[in-house]
Design a binder for this molecule. Structure first.
Ligand code: URA
Length: 191
């Protein structure tokens, strides 16, 4: 399947009830041959209105975090979510909604073939790394899943709620930068 076919099919998705309340399906943003992919939980209000992941306050913080290690959503990473449609009142996506939606993310990963996947927050880490992932204990660690390196950072919304987590996230970002330089330096234009 091509990107165009995939995105068109996703736009018509009605596999769960979230399609009834969405304004826009939030497919993803970034470069389609990125070696590094970021995955959040699901769109919030701003993302639903604009059709792009991480465009609210949390998104602004994510952009700052990316800038700290020379990443940029328009230049060298791809950003998507576990669920593509906004859960009402920003509740966590239900297990059934995650199951209905995960195929779209898996198909995006098939096309991108990332070397490194960075989960943003507990929910993405539990879906993509392991069901009992503990974000407070395991953020910043790397896990090999089928030859792809997975790691998780605190979700930007969690950092806004509790800025005391920011120093840990800075350490995690620098470790991520080192792993990118090791595994896919082309991300930084040096191969
Ligand atoms: N939170 C997420 O997990 N994803 C978004 O796209 C926006 C906020």
């Amino acid at each position: 399947m091509t990107w165009e076919e995939l995105e068109k099919a996703a736009e018509q998705c009605a596999k769960c009830a979230l399609c009834q309340t969405r304004t826009n399906l939030v497919f993803g943003v970034g470069v389609r041959d990125a070696r590094v992919m970021f995955v959040g939980e699901g769109p919030g209000e701003n993302e639903d209105l604009q059709g792009e992941p991480f465009v609210g306050r949390g998104g602004q913080l994510l952009d700052v975090m990316l800038t700290l290690i020379d990443l940029d959503r328009r230049k060298n990473v791809y950003i998507a979510n576990i669920v593509k449609c906004r859960p009402p009142k920003n509740r966590d996506p239900l297990g059934t909604e995650q199951e209905a939606c995960i195929g779209w993310l898996r198909a995006q990963m098939e096309l991108i073939k990332p070397r490194i996947v960075v989960c943003l927050g507990r929910i993405a880490a539990q879906v993509l790394i392991k069901p009992d992932f503990k974000i407070t204990q395991e953020h910043g660690k790397f896990f090999d899943v089928g030859g792809v390196q997975y790691t998780a950072l605190y979700h930007p919304a969690a950092l806004l709620r509790d800025p005391r987590k920011k120093p840990d996230t800075f350490v995690d970002l620098k470790a991520l930068q080192a792993r990118i330089l090791e595994l896919c330096p082309e991300t930084y234009g040096r191969s």
